[in-house]
Design a protein around this ligand. Structure first.
Ligand SMILES: NC(=O)c1ccc[n+]([C@@H]2O[C@H](COP(=O)([O-])OP(=O)(O)OC[C@H]3O[C@@H](n4cnc5c(N)ncnc54)[C@H](O)[C@@H]3O)[C@@H](O)[C@H]2O)c1
Length: 359
């Protein structure tokens, strides 16, 4: 099994800035792309962290990802925005889209943002954090246009992506609640890890190329393709469909139907609802009840084997604190893939290695 490098945050940041410069990105884009990916690693979501850079490099080199692009406004109806991401870096497009929506929600009390044609916008929780930091509630339904990896409930092959759903709620005087998950049982990255380790995945996560239950992760990693299953049987499946209908068809004019599986680019569509609690009135009651309810659920006596009852957002904050202080684990396979991506982008892998303190 590949061992982990533990890379201090400042070293990792310097190294990833070098790699992202290889895309020809301007300084601000370098900072946003590297920062967003490292933040995903910090929060414990390595599947959406720096390990995405090799995929981004392939997408860029095949002409599916365009550096230095900005969000374009297609429809501006005040509290309703339709935006086009121009297949630019989602780390930039997502941030700009949220900033536009936040400004409108502050002005009008709420805003609906329909974003289409953005390259991969990464960990959706980052966008909910941007909204809650501005005091706003945000709801995100996201579709993924790339290779099909998830089967419909009862279906025997993959028909859509891991379509994430995210909801952020600001709490007065304390950190927000950030619910942020894929609608598949497990992230696709987890099947790759299990495959590399030669381990089975848990039962009920995967079907093979004949639509039969399997625990062999290969069916999500190499052909012949099987499919991941949605979480919560028909319920998670229903959410995934809504991500396509609203984040895809409505917001982006593009669903995962018949997507070109040979392409390495990952496009996301997102429908985002932003709401200023103050504009609804009753702020005091909202703030009191929301905080009291969180305390109430957390006071449930933990069952055997459970240390503490948590609410969404807490695991990510704990991981961020720990990894910021002690360094970010990066497995050796992922690190090699990043060095190889750097080379393809015209960046000296040795310089990346040195910047990370691994030379
Ligand atoms: N851009 C894309 O195309 C895309 C696609 C799929 C997923 N993603 C991202 O992948 C990331 C990982 O998704 P995932 O499904 O593997 O996440 P996950 O299964 O780790 O679930 C994460 C959510 O569950 C909460 N949670 C975890 N443990 C908890 C506990 N014990 N008690 C209460 N809440 C708890 C977390 O705070 C978080 O809100 C997400 O950030 C998602 O946005 C992005």
């Amino acid at each position: 099994m590949a061992h982990n490098h533990i890379i201090p945050l400042d070293r990792l940041t310097a190294a990833m800035h070098l790699v992202v410069r290889g895309f020809g990105s301007h300084d601000e884009e370098v900072r946003l792309v590297a920062g967003n990916l490292i933040e995903a690693n910090l929060t414990g979501h390595d599947s959406h962290g720096i390990g995405m850079l090799p995929r981004y490099a392939e997408a860029y080199l095949e002409g599916g990802l365009f550096p230095n692009r900005h969000v374009q406004t297609v429809v501006d109806a005040g509290a309703l925005l339709r935006l086009d991401g121009q297949a630019g870096f989602g780390q930039v497009i997502g941030r700009e889209a949220m900033a536009l929506g936040i400004e409108r929600a502050r002005r009008h009390g709420s805003c609906i943002v329909a974003l289409g044609n953005s390259h991969h916008i990464g960990r959706i929780g980052a966008w909910a954090e941007q909204a809650t930091a501005a005091g706003l509630v945000s709801i995100h339904l996201v579709n993924v246009v790339a290779r099909n990896v998830v089967a419909p409930f009862g279906g025997g092959d993959a028909r859509f992506g891991t379509n994430p759903v995210c909801i952020g709620v600001p709490l007065a005087g304390r950190p927000p609640v950030i619910l942020d998950f894929a609608t598949s049982m497990i992230a696709q990255g987890k099947t790759r890890v299990a495959h590399n380790k030669g381990e089975p995945v848990a039962p009920g996560c995967l079907i093979d190329d004949q639509g039969r239950d399997t625990q062999d992760p290969r069916y999500s990693v190499i052909p012949p393709w099987g499919a991941l299953l949605t979480f919560g049987t028909h319920k998670g499946y229903g959410l995934a469909v809504m991500c396509e209908l609203l984040g895809g068809a409505l917001a982006a004019g593009m669903t995962q139907r018949d997507a070109d599986a040979s392409k390495r680019r990952v496009l996301n569509g997102m429908l985002c609802v932003l709401l200023d609690p103050a504009a609804l009135g009753g702020t005091e009651a909202f703030e009191r009840e929301a905080a009291a309810f969180v305390d109430w659920v957390k006071a449930s006596p933990p069952r055997a084997g459970v240390e503490e009852v948590l609410v969404a957002g807490e695991p990510e904050r704990a991981a961020r604190a720990q990894r910021s202080a002690q360094g970010v684990p990066v497995d050796a396979t992922t690190w090699q893939e990043i060095l190889e991506a750097a080379r393809k982008l015209g960046v000296d892998p040795q310089a990346v290695q040195q910047a990370a303190g691994l030379a």
